[in-house]
Ligand binder design. Sequence first.
Ligand code: ADP
Ligand code: MG
Length: 396
Amino acid sequence: MKIHEYQAKELFRQYGVACPDGYPAFTLPEAMDAARKLPGPIYVVKAQIHAGGRGLGGGVKVCKSLAEVEERSRQILGMQLKTHQTGPDGQKVRRLYIESGVDIRRELYLGMLLDRDRGEIVVMASTEGGMSIEDVAHNTPEKIFKVWIDPRVGVQGFQCRQIAFALGLEGKAVNAFTKLLTSLYRLYIDKDCSLVEVNPLVVTGDNSVVALDGKVNFDDNGLFRQADILALRDLDEEDAREIEASKFDLNYVQLDGNVGCLVNGAGLAMATMDILKHYGSEPANFLDVGGSATAEKVTAAFKIILSDARVHAIFVNIFGGIMKCDTIATGIVTAARDVGLDRPLVVRLEGTNVDLGRQILADSGLPIISGANMKDGAQKAVEAAKKYAASLATVA
Ligand code: ADP
Ligand code: MG
């Protein structure tokens, strides 16, 4: 789960991490109230969306007066903000964060996430912070300094100093950084985070160290014990189909291809996406209905796939082990009757109760294309999607 910058900074403050003063605003009058509470004369108006790169996309503006705050807030609130992380449609800005302007001397990068290979938390730091850290990581990876934290002992003072020196910090900034990193690590552990990132972490004119941006992601598996974090969820920022899928405990990820996939097991779901690509299509989604799916769950999954207008064909690829083929077949038939099956459907079933499953599909009278095996099913799905797209083109 992701949260907004202003929510991340609220957590930072609770943990004693220094950040500039600021207030969230949902409307223009609220933005002005927020600005008046700040000392001025420099303010920053920041779009709050769950994507980075806001600065380059025009969603972060430094203002030198209250009048300018008003003008910028009016521009940014409600805009469709496009960044390299939002996709081509951008994301609508519904919230602002009005913050005090900071006298920036240097912009650094600091990030913390799980290194699964080592089973440790890796802290990444760079002197090249700011708006294009992705380029730094790509072009000059040696400029990213890494330290691994053993979760059994937590972050150590010497590790904080190692990073502080690598970042070229001096004087009081070294101790300030040690306190900041120790606090961020505590936040990471306490709140079941999967990522804590501060970009930029700035050194100010008076040699203070301040978090100027904040990105915090959480491990969804820990949310059951993080009620205060779950309360920060902003559904406006999430994909509508993924929200619907999460209600039914389906592992669904929206993609932008044209073949909808309904598969059981994450491994088979990945292999299905690969084989569709191999035969020249792109998957419209990743969907693993799980091993213990009920007919209701399959029905919900099928409806979610059909609600995506970009889907030109559906490929159901099931290997029934724990999951029974008749359950899948019942779900498909129910969903197809409920919403009307208006696009080609290719089904490949194998495993437990496969004959019963095939019988249910055959008795349904639905125009189902049967795949003899995974390869045959994938080829037929790709072909059906192409045909369907062509028929749309003719109608238009
Ligand atoms: P994003 O990473 O989404 O582009 P940031 O919060 O990092 O958004 O802001 C982008 C840039 O705007 C920062 O690198 C910094 O140069 C500037 N900036 C952000 N907040 C402030 C602030 N409070 N004072 C001065 N400059 C700021
Ligand atoms: Mg940033």
